[in-house]
Design a protein around this ligand. Sequence first.
Ligand code: CMC
Length: 429
Amino acid sequence: MASETLTVTDNRTGKMYEIPITLGSIGTMDLRKIRTGPEDFGLLGYDPAFVNTASTRSAITYIDGDRGILWYRGYPIEQLAEQASYLEVAYLLIYGELPTAKALEQWTWQITHHTWVHENLKKFMDGFHHDAHTMSMLISSVAALSTFYPDAKVSRESGHVDLQTYRLIAKMPTLAAFAYRHRLGQPYVYPDNDLSYTGNFLNMLFRATELKYKPEPALERALDVLFILHADHEQNCSTNAMRSVASSGVDPYSATAAAMAALYGPLHGGANEAVLRMLRTVGSTARVPAFIKQVKAGEAKLMGFGHRVYKNYDPRARIIKRLADEVFAVTRPSPLLSVALELERIALEDEYFVSRKLYPNVDFYSGLIYEAMGLPVEMFPVLFAIPRTAGWLAQWREMLADPEQKIARPRQIYTGPARRDLLPLGARV
Ligand code: CMC
């Protein structure tokens, strides 16, 4: 049998080294022994933006980007979207198995009974300007949660970790809905324990004068499916932020706020908002060819297209595209859908996009659904952050239990000046 090693020759010294290969990877610490002499620090791996570096072993989410495959804990995303609820999926991500009926009941009870936030959080919310971005308000209020639970950074005992997990998953929709209502100048709506996770979220967003809010079942289910699709995506930018920040030992509220900040950017979870703004700017199918020309000239980006890992159709985008039809059957059809379909049609035939393997990602169609539900674009990244909280927490918990992990601290390759002596102010030119 071939040996699971890599043999390399350092042509600077003529020395040969044998490096073990484990699970298709080499440990970059094994490069350190490749040195020109005792003064040499040893070889480093150089990988800006972690394009080919695994930062962890993980048993949570599997992606095969070439084949467009996504599994959570081994279950295909298509089956989960079809047959499971978001809370079942959140449990699966966190505990590794789908819940039994009894476990689901207990889990749902815990999440439902941690949805309230301290009344003082409303004061933070009230302090934001009327047109503050909802994602910024949510990031800040999640960070503020750490002030209410100062013990969260001390204990890593499993019951305590579970408690923070319930709180974060439960309070995220409450804070998100408060941020939304604050922008509208409307009173906050308190959680309704009789409703499902997404039904209650719709209640807190949209309830007006009715005594009991009744979510539209099709929209409640559509939101649940969207939440399932956004729940985890292995080591993306925000998950990397969650793990990196939490590796310092900080509490999970502060780490989640950091992950949310990473998500907010237009290249990540802010892309859904950017897609809708782009579709509005393009405006009509007639203007699609001119826009595609601009993209190819490097003057614009086709937002909602491309992915670091998927070099094939994002399986989440395929599900969302189908879901859009179901949503538009109960809302009004989106006037921008035809623009999106035309952009996709042209892009999938165009050599520029084909050669770069650029396909629609999760953000391309989701905004059209959110818009049809009556949500403003500023809520779109928020609608990504709420369900991703389960994924961030699953990754955080996996990191806490992983004996190989310690504080994240990359190396650098210094390219600045060599040592020099400073000149007094008057002598500098
Ligand atoms: N429109 C036009 N050209 C693109 C696009 C795009 N959306 N995405 C990539 N390219 C080009 C890029 O210019 C480059 O071309 P060249 O080789 O000529 O320089 C080539 O494709 C490779 O792109 P890259 O920037 O090296 O790819 P990356 O892996 O660093 O970036 C990405 C991935 C998602 C940041 C990028 O595709 C992008 O900016 N897409 C638009 C934003 C977006 O939709 N983000 C949501 C990602 S999915 C949800 C999530 O997880 O957040």
